[in-house]
Write a protein that binds this ligand. Structure first.
Ligand code: NG6
Ligand code: CA
Length: 517
């Protein structure tokens, strides 16, 4: 009897050892093919807004760390020169102009079809836990949603297991956090009402109550007043749920830390989209960062964002997952100084150039609109270096699918995984770029801007839009600041690129006429 027991015990032990060995091997393999993926996405950070890309007057040691120890792309693009379209493209791998997307009001319904493929859905099918923490700005629920009920569909219905978000932007109401579809700290006795057209009787607003303002508005931003800051849209109620602007960075970061620490203990890899609000307006640095950049609030919140990147790195180190975590760092569109508030961004700029010398900025079809910081970092896997490969946030879908062994692909995304891993200097060959529904075509080093009519400059933000009444052609390699329009000298090339562009772009549904010449 004893002998039989001993036999079973030994067999049991051997099986156990075998299983453990098997698990270790799986984990090792998983580290290579299914790393945790953290997409760090800033709001309006320009190509030149961190010191590794030439920022002047302040330093960003943590973003620089990623850039210097990972791949720093000199031709990395958002799909667009504004937020909503870029975020849509990054999360779905689909061109936003196919749906004529533009900046959404805070009340907009969800614009991603719940049946559409998305990066988080694809990764979830591949075995990932998925989360988004930070800015959303892709609409929520239906157009007539009640903010006091569960809000759906939203991020949780398009692939994120967990979401902790602001609905739109920091300058738009509602100024509350939403966790998995429910407003955080909502007092049902003080219901939230939002209106983008009508003010609420008896509620203060920026025009009638200037004495309440701690920040002055320059254009727009003259409706609800929350925490002394004038906003876009009117809001009533929800007092207990209002966010604190100066604590926003710490608040999202705390959620990020908790998420990473918890998920790192589980067997499954995770995909975290960490969408920071900086340096979008209103720029509200925590008092720790006030005055630290010498560039006013815009510089101070860039330092704050850089500190958050440092904390993120610390968190993955402490969790012991730095070697199986890939970080992708980028921005949703190019820079703007005055985006509707007086905050000294223009006055204190000095010799800092947020676009790193590229022409235009946010809203612009010139290069600074969508040409953004783009860095990949993965300790032990990605070797440090620079890359001039042409890559886009649109490519996250097919590249990450390829990384994790998923068969899913989208039509507009390209698999540029070898470039993202620093193994190849080859990216995509061409891309259609978008700025407030106008589109241009980059192929290789050339960029073709169709003959858009309309204002040359957006005077409020003081940015050149790219409209010129005639077709423009630039060679970005020789002329990164787009000073020499070479269309007239290259009629054949213009014709060839225009044909390719119109064929790829398909039916125009633009508000501005495209003049083919
Ligand atoms: C514009 C706002 C601007 C900013 C932008 C969205 C005005 C006058 N301007 O309409 O301040 O909020 O929308 O920025 O209201 S984005 O980065 O989210 O696209
Ligand atoms: Ca933005």
């Amino acid at each position: 009897m004893k002998k039989i027991n001993l036999f079973f015990t030994i067999v049991g032990l051997l099986t156990l050892i075998g299983c453990q060995k098997q698990t270790t091997t799986n984990n090792e393999a998983q580290k290579e093919t299914k790393p945790n993926i953290i997409f760090v996405y800033l709001d309006d950070l320009g190509y030149g807004d961190f010191s590794a890309n030439g920022a002047k007057g302040f330093t960003t040691p943590n973003i620089d760390y990623l850039a210097n120890n990972g791949v720093n792309f000199s031709n990395g693009y958002a799909s667009s020169a504004t937020c909503t379209p870029s975020r849509y493209a990054a999360l779905t791998g689909a061109y936003p102009w196919r749906n004529n997307l533009r900046i959404l009001p805070g009340t907009a319904p969800l614009i991603i079809d719940t049946k559409q493929p998305t990066v988080p859905k694809m990764l979830r099918t591949a075995g990932y836990s998925t989360a988004i923490i930070g800015k959303w700005h892709l609409g929520l629920g239906s157009a007539d949603k009640d903010w006091n009920e569960h809000i759906s569909p939203g991020p949780n219905e398009v692939g994120f297991d967990y979401s902790y978000i602001m609905a739109a932007t920091q300058d738009r109401v509602p100024t509350v956090y939403i966790e998995d579809g429910d407003v955080v700290n909502l007092d049902k006795n003080d219901p939230i009402q939002i209106d983008y057209k009508k003010k609420f009787e008896g509620e203060p607003n920026a025009i009638d109550n200037p004495e309440m303002l701690t920040m002055k508005w320059h254009h727009g931003h003259n409706q609800a007043v929350v925490n002394g800051i004038p906003r876009i849209g009117y809001m009533k109620g929800g007092k207990a749920a209002l966010w604190s602007d100066v604590d926003m960075a710490d608040h999202f970061l705390a959620k990020v830390k908790t998420y990473i620490t918890e998920k790192s203990k589980e067997d499954k890899p995770f995909f975290l989209t960490y969408t920071m609000q900086q340096p979008h307006v209103p720029r509200t640095p925590h008092p720790r960062f006030v005055g630290k950049s010498g560039k006013g609030p815009r510089g101070d919140v860039i330092l704050e964002a850089d500190w958050c990147v440092g904390e993120l790195l610390k968190t993955i180190r402490e969790a012991g997952i730095e070697e199986n975590t890939m970080i992708i760092f980028s921005s949703d569109n190019g820079p703007v100084l005055n985006d509707g508030y007086y905050d000294d961004a223009v006055e204190l700029l000095g010799n800092h150039n947020p676009s790193g010398g590229l022409r235009g900025g946010k809203y612009s079809l010139y290069d600074a609109g969508a040409h953004v910081p783009f860095i990949t970092y993965w300790k032990g896997k990605i070797k440090g270096g620079k890359s001039d490969a042409l890559v886009s946030q649109l490519d996250l879908f097919n590249s990450l699918a390829s990384l994790v062994g998923s068969e899913e692909r989208t039509e507009d995304s390209k698999d540029v995984l070898p470039a993202l891993l620093g193994e190849s200097k080859e990216g995509r060959t061409s891309i259609i770029l978008e700025a407030t529904t106008r589109t241009s075509y980059r192929k290789g080093d050339f960029v073709l801007i169709p003959a858009y009519k309309g204002n040359k400059i957006n005077k409020k933000v003081n940015i050149e839009l790219g409209n010129n009444n005639k077709v423009q052609l630039f060679n970005l390699k020789d002329d990164p600041s787009q000073q020499n329009d070479i269309a007239a000298q290259n009629p054949e090339l213009v014709k060839e690129l225009m044909e390719e562009f119109t064929q790829k772009r398909g039916n125009f549904n633009n508000t501005q006429e495209l003049i083919l010449k």
